[in-house]
Design a binder for this molecule. Sequence first.
Ligand code: LLP
Length: 404
Amino acid sequence: MILNFKNQIPFIEGVNLSNLTKTIETPFYIYSQNKIIDSFQKIQNTIKTNIYYALKANSNLAIISLMKSLGAGVDTVSIGEIMRSLEVGINPNKIIFEGVGKSKNDIEFALRNNIRQINIESIEELKLINELAHSLKISANIGIRFNPDIDALTLDKITTGRKKDKFGINLDKINEICLLIKNSKSINLKGISCHIGSQINDPNIYEKVFIKMKKASEIMEQQDLKINHLDLGGGFGVTYENEKEIDLKIISNLLDKIFENKYEISFEPGRYLVANAGVLITKILITKTNDEVNFLITDAGMQTLLRPALYNVRHKIIPFEDNAKKQKYTIAGPICESTDIFAKDFELPIQSSGNYLAICDTGAYGFVMASNYNSRNLPTELLINDNNYAVIRKKENISEIIKK
Ligand code: LLP
């Protein structure tokens, strides 16, 4: 937990959050640089792997820069994400480009920038890339994203590796794929990939994935397509409330056992690197009681943090103000939708309007999923490093958004 209290005052690293609320308008996101570095090093020290940070989790330029300084590559899913990576100076040969729906424009952009690999997700896409690369007189570096037909047993809405899901290429098409690659003159096969979902806490799921990926690479090798590189996706699960963080040591042992050091291995973690490093600070605007439900209405809402409304998940909420008396609250945002609720029946010390709450573990899929719904402005983002903080994105100006 990055938030800690000294003499009842909330701190992240050496920065006093109560003081921050006096100068920075809520709601705002804060990230702890040291926590991000810790999480990165935990992967690096436990697993022999390249790390391609999935920047969809948090694509603030300062965060991408930090990842770069740690030696990470990036996993991107749009021209915008590739441009963000180039903007902070990520070497193109450390950029992977994914996505189930890439336009011609997207593919051409990636080809012209000569990135490490484009992971293709359909036979049609493979043919298109071959044609585009041929017309540009270059060779396309590609990976094949397989769909291993494994249920990640995470939230249904973030499971991507079942046969019926839209992602990847079903393994029963592997022979067709091999033939196509061999007949495609402008394709340079760099490896195979998969990603079966996010917030996976059970390492046994990865075991099943690894076994299927090994089998896929062996089938391809039998057809004279040598596979050197396995990109095994993201998905490492973290603790929000009671979940157990994924055990990386078990993942490492599984890799050794199943792949026997025969392949270059890459992972694309997003959430693991940033989720627990962020909190969202919000102010209680109003307290009210309707039909015996005690509401705290906050200035952050589903436009600031969408996850609870979209997936029905809960983030821990910690008030700045303590009180010996406690009661159950429903904590809700200001948006005109009944789903705009962060938590129901959440026990907190008694609160009053004007108090502040920290919504925890919001460093991943927080700001990046925020919107201008109800014509509200996107919040500030801050990065804390020891006793200092930097504003890494200014709050959007309402007078700007109303012109569009
Ligand atoms: N690689 C690919 C191809 C992906 O689609 C994703 C995430 C990742 C890597 C990174 O996965 P991670 O390590 O973060 O689990 N908005 C949802 C999560 C959606 C994940 C989408 N893909 C949430 O808030 O829970």
